[in-house]
Design a protein around this ligand. Structure first.
Ligand code: ADP
Ligand code: MG
Length: 561
């Protein structure tokens, strides 16, 4: 129990750091248990892993805040944030921070930092056990675990001490967001952006709202009104399925709008400014990503007649160009089952996006390997039901294909569909677009188990920051995945790939099926079921299937049957 822990720690005072390993145990405190799962070997090793386990009845969070998956995600997120901020409050005066929990950003993600089970709430955190040189500082460890920690727990896990109004708002906001996303499907919309939303961020390195922002207002004829489960009503722009073009001068806020839509696949916290910006949750940002690896992707809808007669039905390269990488990104997004592509000219290959009439005259189609996206965007929607929202400020080539055209004008969105369409009818401005092209064949690929054949130490998966997974010494570069938002998602992807290669791949299953299988396993057994660690995987956050799929595609060792 707690007194035993106190005695143990004072008896360890001054001993060699390694003696801390005697701490591995479970201690009964008055209202909760403290489990010490893993003890660091020295003061510079990753901190020790611990859990607090408290009965739901003791915590007192009412059942009606915990009776669905979405509510549990919201409450877990809230408790993680509460614990995080209470660490800061109570740890203010101690030198160096000693207690850590997963840090949440602006999104509300399913995490393993706080697990809410049928009868218990389990919180996973880490502690840097105090040392003087390489000796144990038992007194200060005791102070940390038997005095400071109980205070943090009391303020973070007990309903009576939490800000109940904020907690309820957190939960009801998530339910509203989930509802709006369902409503999108019903109304055949790709996205919703509420009036008054704050889209721009404080700076390039801060994801917080820009306070001085011009708030979003919907063009009148695209305004929809929604009644939410909380009883609130909200008005804003509903972007219909099909092809949506955003035009406008540089620096008028086009990319900012698209970035908000990219993030709209996630739920955001109250006060974020984008909490009422919701996008179909399988939307994928498509960008050029030259240098990436491509393994047997059928990019023939976009690329044919490559020099040297290179086959584009099963196209492989270790060093893709701008246009081939962007083509592969589109094809793979469709393969992963996306219903909405988001494209920004700023991160696109020009020759993939457009080829104007003069260039079409100069270079005949059989000499030009690329069929630009202008020629396929319509078929993509009509045949495969995949919508596109794209920004093109420098060319009118998408006017014909677009179903709706918006102009960003000093951060205000205007409907300019009619004006743009009438330009396409004007003598001298017509272009011979080949709009009856069919999209072409789709990719469906079977990965080989032998893609993952490393042994020993080299077979381990690790992460480095948000954008790198290490398979042994080999790096998988995820910096092209703009919708990855949290390094704990990267940790999950790393664990998921490990699980997938061990338990799922069988040389007959497609990549898409394999990814589904991993998610089914998680649905049935929880997110930490994919973790190779036993006891304490407290730093996982659920990524989308799209990001797992994309990560696999970026592994240079991937072999397709
Ligand atoms: P574009 O893509 O049209 O060139 P950006 O979206 O990159 O423009 O925006 C240009 C700048 O304007 C950015 O610094 C961005 O933060 C800022 N900005 C965007 N939208 C708003 C807004 N609604 N209110 C205030 N500033 C904004
Ligand atoms: Mg831009």
């Amino acid at each position: 129990n707690a007194e035993y822990l106190e005695r143990l720690l004072s008896s360890l005072d001054g001993q060699k750091y390694g003696a801390y390993k005697k701490l591995r145990n479970t201690y009964q405190f008055n209202q909760y248990r403290l489990a010490v799962d893993h003890v660091q070997v020295d003061p510079y090793a990753p901190p020790s892993k611990m859990r607090i386990i408290i009965k739901r009845t003791t915590s007192g969070i009412p059942d009606e805040l915990l009776d669905s998956k979405d509510k549990i995600t919201a409450v877990s997120d809230f408790l993680t944030r509460a614990f995080y901020s209470n660490i800061k409050t109570f740890n203010k005066n101690s030198k160096g921070k000693n207690i850590f929990i997963d840090r949440c950003g602006q999104e509300i993600l399913e995490r393993t930092s706080v697990m809410i089970n049928r009868d218990t709430i389990e919180l996973r955190f880490e502690v840097g056990l105090p040392a003087a040189g390489r000796k144990i500082r038992g007194k200060s460890a005791s102070q940390l675990l038997t005095q400071m920690l109980p205070k943090i727990v009391r303020e973070s896990l007990f309903y009576s001490r939490l800000d109940q109004g904020l907690l309820k708002e957190h939960v009801s906001l998530v339910l509203d967001q989930v509802h709006i996303r369902k409503e999108l499907k019903q109304r055949k919309l790709t996205a919703f952006v509420a009036n008054d939303a704050i889209l721009p961020r404080e700076s390039g390195v801060s994801d917080r709202p820009l306070k001085s922002a011009v708030r979003f207002i919907s063009p009148v004829n695209f305004e929809v009104h929604l009644t939410l489960p909380s009883g609130r009503t909200v008005s804003g722009m509903g972007i219909p399925e099909g092809i949506t073009l955003i035009v406008g001068g540089g620096y008028h806020g086009k990319s900012t709008l698209l970035q908000a839509l990219e993030r709209g696949v996630y739920n955001h916290i109250p006060g974020d400014g984008r909490e009422m910006v919701l996008t179909q949750d399988d939307a994928v940002k498509i960008r050029a990503e030259d240098g990436r690896n491509i393994e047997k992707v059928n990019i023939s809808p976009f690329i044919n007649n490559l020099p040297g007669k290179k086959d584009t039905h099963r196209f492989s390269t270790e060093n893709a160009s701008g246009s081939t990488s962007q083509s592969a990104n589109v094809i793979e997004a469709i393969e992963a089952g996306s219903s909405l592509l988001l494209i920004d000219e700023d991160t696109s290959a020009t020759n993939f996006m457009i080829r104007d009439i003069r260039m079409q005259k100069l270079i005949s189609s059989d000499k030009e390997p690329i069929t630009p996206f202008t020629h396929k965007v319509k078929a993509l929607y009509e045949e495969l039901n995949t919508s596109t929202i794209l920004i093109v400020g420098g060319s009118g080539d998408y006017f014909e294909a677009a179903d709706q055209i918006f102009m960003m004008d000093e951060y205000r969105l205007k409907d300019v569909t009619d004006a743009a369409k009438s330009i396409t009818q004007t003598e001298g401005f017509q272009r011979d677009i080949i709009s009856d092209l069919s999209f072409g064949p789709q990719s469906s690929r079977i990965p080989l188990k032998s893609s993952f054949s490393k042994t020993g130490k080299d077979s381990r998966f690790k992460t480095k920051g948000m954008h790198t997974i290490l398979y042994g010494r080999e790096a998988i570069d995820l910096s092209g995945l703009e919708q990855l938002v949290d390094s704990s998602q990267t940790s999950s992807i790393s664990a998921m790939i490990d699980y997938l290669q061990r338990e799922v791949l069988d040389n007959t299953m497609t990549l898409q099926e394999a990814v589904h299988q991993v998610y089914r396993h998680i649905e049935e057994n929880g997110l930490d079921a994919v973790s190779p660690y036993s006891g304490h995987p407290g730093n996982l956050a659920l990524p989308r299937k799209q990001e797992l799929f994309a990560a696999l595609n970026r592994y240079r060792g991937l072999k397709i049957k």
